[in-house]
Design a binder for this molecule. Structure first.
Ligand SMILES: [Fe+2]
Length: 178
């Protein structure tokens, strides 16, 4: 099911994923009263999702919204095509990324005196995950660029609409999303 009002190539979860909807509904009710990353990692490890459940977008990636809470927290799945590289981008204050199946190279960046600088580069494979707790109200937290080393499926939790994340260009200046 395509919902072009959210963004191109964004889909809504299949009813088969209702168990995840219920999990996220409970998880997002009091988001900062417990360890979201630990609880989500435990859940995702217990209920592995097949990559074939999610749409394949050749040469890019698809986003499937699994749940959106009234407090803006959202969970989505991303199915990535091998060889795709994202723009350099930031996120809302909380993000959690979990690799269900795949191999992603992540180059992290920091903004120092308004300039973008490379920091840690890491690979994340099946079952691995990371989270960032940054500055509330900002959309330049956890700045990174992702390169897809093999077709991958990942699950993501954000404290706000992920599409609001800031995009950066190669000259280290921030640019608005088109
Ligand atoms: Fe990201």
């Amino acid at each position: 099911m395509i919902n072009n009002t959210i963004a191109p190539q964004t889909y809504l979860a299949h009813p088969n994923h209702n168990h995840l909807r219920e999990f996220f509904q409970a998880l997002f009710q009091a988001p900062f009263s417990h360890d979201i990353a630990a609880e989500a990692a435990a859940c995702f490890g217990k209920y592995p999702l097949p990559m074939a459940d999610f749409p394949r977008v050749r040469g890019a990636y698809s986003r499937t919204i699994l749940y959106r809470a009234d407090n803006k927290f959202e969970a989505l799945a991303a199915r990535w095509s091998k060889g795709y590289t994202t723009v350099i981008h930031g996120h809302p204050d909380f993000l959690f990324d979990y690799i269900v199946d795949g191999d992603l190279a992540v180059q992290n960046f920091a903004l120092l005196d308004g300039k973008l600088q490379k920091t840690v580069a890491r690979r994340y494979r099946t079952g691995e995950h990371f989270s960032v707790s940054g500055r509330e109200g900002a959309f330049a937290n956890g700045i990174h660029q992702v390169t897809v080393l093999k077709e991958s499926l990942s699950l993501h939790i954000y404290s706000d609409n992920a599409l609001l994340g800031r995009v950066f260009d190669e000259q280290d200046d921030h640019v608005d999303r088109p």
